[in-house]
Design a protein around this ligand. Structure first.
Ligand SMILES: [Zn+2]
Length: 729
């Protein structure tokens, strides 16, 4: 070969190598890592997902069931056979079982809600009778109430504003709200704050029944007797065991008196089907509901109150039940004291083929392949910890208790937590710490979508383009709704949550219809997306485990936080303009003149002025972080010596913790993260820069100013940590 050719080849080769250097790796270690990932992919088998789902979802397995315990023990054996050190960590957690459920219409006619689902002939799992957990909302209080009924749409704050305009008060009434529009726990929480004494939640066919598509078994949507179960614990206050806030629910832990537990609802609440809901809604009179409140039932939707009168009686068996978390460790060959954590829950409301077993079996297949690679000599550099959580459904209880009980070791060792839950067909959705965005994007850009053959990034971008949305691959911010919450919100461990969806919607969520039969027909036939999830989460896990320098990247983080900052300032301005306009309209008596006199609308009072807030501490803090972010991104940390890399990684691991505040958010100290939190009135929905944003939204401007200063201090501390790392480079 001629010398020029050799040079040219070398040049081309190094260009390729350079182009392919991945976040946290050198060009040499990039090649090794990519080769390892190819071997990992080759080991994944979708038959395993199918077989394991049939086994795990064969019977109901909510917390405290024999079947749930057996699943935990069976998973332990599996992990052990793949080379993991496994323990089952047990907690004793409060779990209410429905003892008495009575819902009846007492006027103007009599009707008793059946509260029992119709089994499906073609689906044997729906025919297990008594074993199927009766439909209820966990952590509703006991109660026996009788009152007039009011329809409150989704039961979210803006619905109550609408009711106020109509002069309708829910004080002393029982409300009926539709599922959706918020996390379900917000509905009874808000109803109680407004003075209601009981709450019924039903699934309207417009949201996930026959209006959306054919109902099960013809299609995926909710049949008329289907009921969504679910927790109504006040999780935005604190998730986990209601009796042991902030510490592990171990056998001898000190427990609150149940009567004092603040996260149990204040009023009784019960979910029902649309077959049961219709007679109640039909019996309402009063104003016709606004057009966007009306659902898909063949009735005219009225708001009430009355003449429908309702009797709701609920009694629960309040018992401590054992929750079994399966914790499987594969010791790292180079940095055994650094943990890459990866989890999914294993408990379900009923069979839970989709939620959570589809995610659980993908995690197990991933763990099996990682274990096989290790057995063949390809051990991860860092320790990998696979977790199967129990008692997620009633309130993220298994994971929260474990995290609260392992605070010290987690602070010392955990570098990341990667969560999955139920999985379906469609597009990759990922949320999490924005310091991980670059790494996730690299991985998603290299994994093929099983239906179209393009990369996961390209498929998402094409959909965004068609819908006229931003095509950039961005992580969403995490609120709550699965087991990442105690890791990121309470402990400041960088976290991710991922899964596929968007092309597999249905009405089976938390019902007796979430079965293997339903899943394999409508959610992910053939488990192609189950395997793609195992690949995606597996690559993330392996990169975190093997990176020379932990793959945190600051530019994407900075960009996102600056955008949040712009949002809160713009929100304040928009609120001011809105208030000024409203004051003007009130002054002109425009609302009264414009309204239909027959509607008897209440004339609104003029809103208060929106004061000017001083955002400058925050703006200055963010500007100074920008300099550090710039310096950090210029520093090549992968070229440092091994001992220096170890020191840098130790600091990188703790970086996100600098975004916590020890005292936490106002009125909910359990939530310590200053950038992301679930909304106090949205539940699962995230509020970014939550201290500042929620104070503004609640028009508590004094608190908003305090929170601006607090967040500015947090960002300055974060900058300090970043500068320490830059100095080491
Ligand atoms: Zn789940």
């Amino acid at each position: 070969m001629k010398k020029q050719y050799v040079l040219l080849l070398l040049c081309v080769w190094s260009q390729i190598a350079l182009a392919q250097t991945i976040q946290g790796f050198t060009s040499k270690s990039t090649q090794d890592q990519l080769a390892l990932e190819t071997q990992f992919d080759a080991k994944l088998k979708k038959e395993n997902l199918d077989e394991w789902m049939q086994f795990m979802a064969a019977e109901p397995h909510y917390v405290g069931t024999e079947y749930g315990k057996m699943n935990a023990e069976w998973m332990k054996e599996q992990f052990e056979s793949w080379g993991y050190d496994v323990e089952i960590d047990e907690y004793q957690v409060l779990f209410p079982y429905p003892k008495l459920r009575l819902l009846e219409l007492t006027a103007p006619t009599a009707f008793k809600a059946a509260l029992s689902p119709e089994p499906i002939a073609e689906d044997k799992y729906t025919q297990q009778g008594e074993a199927l957990l009766p439909s209820y909302n966990a952590f509703s209080t006991d109660g026996d109430v009788t009152a007039e009924l009011v329809f409150v749409n989704y039961g979210v704050p803006k619905d109550y504003e609408e009711l106020e305009k109509l002069g309708i008060d829910v004080k002393g009434k029982i409300v009926i709200a539709k599922y959706y529009g918020s996390w379900r726990g917000i509905k009874p929480k808000l109803a109680a704050e407004k003075g209601a004494i009981g709450c019924i939640i039903y699934s309207d066919p417009a949201d996930d029944g026959y209006v959306q598509g054919d109902v099960y078994p013809e299609g995926a949507f909710k049949p008329e007797t289907g009921v969504q179960r679910g927790s109504v614990m006040d999780m935005p206050l604190y998730p986990g065991d209601v009796l042991t806030p902030g510490y592990g629910a171990t056998k001898n832990a000190k427990r609150l008196d149940r009567k004092e537990a603040p996260t149990i609802t204040k009023i009784p609440v019960l979910p029902i089907s649309y077959a049961d809901a219709q007679p109640f809604l039909e019996a309402l009179n009063g104003p016709v509901a606004p057009s966007d409140w009306r659902g898909g039932l063949p009735i005219t939707y009225h708001i009430g109150p009355g003449p429908a009168k309702v009797h709701l009686k609920l009694e629960f068996d309040w018992q401590l039940k054992p929750a079994y978390n399966v914790i499987a460790k594969l010791k790292g060959a180079v940095y055994p004291e650094e943990w890459v954590m990866r989890g999914n829950h294993h408990d379900a409301w009923v069979h839970g083929a989709s939620d959570p077993v589809s995610g659980m079996v993908a995690l197990m297949e991933e763990a099996r392949a990682v274990g096989e690679l290790a057995k063949a000599g390809q051990k991860p550099k860092r320790t990998i910890v696979y977790c199967a959580w129990d008692a997620e459904e009633p309130g993220l209880i298994g994971s929260t208790e474990w995290v609260e009980d392992h605070q010290e070791v987690l602070k010392e060792k955990a570098v990341v937590y990667i969560n999955t839950d139920g999985n379906g067909r469609g597009f990759l959705g990922v949320g999490g710490s924005h310091t991980l965005e670059t790494m996730v994007k690299e991985i998603a850009g290299s994994i093929e979508d099983p239906q179209t053959g393009v990369s996961l990034v390209e498929r998402r971008a094409a959909a965004a383009k068609v819908a006229n949305r931003d095509t950039d691959f961005r992580l969403s911010a995490l609120g709550s709704g699965s087991d990442y919450t105690p890791f990121i919100q309470h402990t400041g461990i960088p976290s991710l949550n991922l899964g596929f969806g968007g092309e597999s919607s249905g009405g089976e969520y938390h019902t007796i219809f979430d079965t293997y039969s339903h899943y394999t027909r409508f959610k992910d036939p053939g488990f192609d997306y189950g395997i793609t999830l195992a690949k995606t989460a597996g690559h993330i896990t392996l990169r975190m485990a093997n990176a020379d320098i932990l793959p945190f990247e600051m530019k994407a983080w900075y960009k996102t936080v600056s955008e949040y900052m712009d949002e809160v300032t713009e929100t304040t301005e928009a609120m001011r303009k809105q208030a000024e306009k409203q004051q003007q309209l009130v002054a002109e008596n425009a609302y009264v003149i414009a309204a239909d006199p027959k509607d008897n609308l209440k004339a609104p009072e003029a809103e208060k002025d929106i004061p000017y807030l001083d955002f400058s501490p925050l703006q200055n803090a963010l500007a100074s972080v920008k300099t550090s972010v710039h310096d950090f991104s210029k520093t090549d940390l992968t070229s440092l010596s091994a001992s220096k890399q170890k020191m840098v990684n130790a600091k990188l691991k703790d970086l996100e913790k600098a975004l916590l505040s020890e005292s936490g958010l106002p009125r909910r100290p359990w939530f310590k993260h200053q950038i992301y939190a679930p909304g106090f009135y949205t539940g699962y929905g995230v509020k970014t820069l939550p201290g500042v944003r929620e104070a503004i939204e609640q028009k508590n401007f004094e608190e908003a100013q305090e929170q601006i200063e607090k967040l500015a201090k947090t960002l300055t501390a974060f900058k300090g940590k970043l500068d320490e790392i830059v100095k080491m480079g």
